[in-house]
Write a protein of this length. Sequence first.
Length: 130
Amino acid sequence: MPREYPRTVRVAEQLRQELSQLIREEVSDPRLGPVTVTSVQVARDFSHAKVFVSFLGQSAGIDEKLAILQHAARALQGLLGRRLRLRVIPSLHFQYDEVLDYGQRMDALITKARAADDLRSDPSADAAEE
């Protein structure tokens, strides 16, 4: 794992906040729906930024939504240039953040396992009461 420097971490967080606001206010494609910018990873030389996003609701049409965001990337980069005081505004590369989906799958598995454990423990509890 590459070492993170404090300035890149600060810039990444600032980019995350600004992009969240810009996407909400400036990208007006109805196919997009609500977008959450979950994190941003910035290259040490600030030339590139991976922007991880998730979409509220269905996970269908993720590729289309990412294409919409990628199409708006240059415009967003220009707007970021007006808001941030950086010599270089990174080129933006949008990626779907699968962490939330993974977390939901794990939560469902844990819930299922607990329910199975409860079913196994109930008959023994009934026998002990009699």
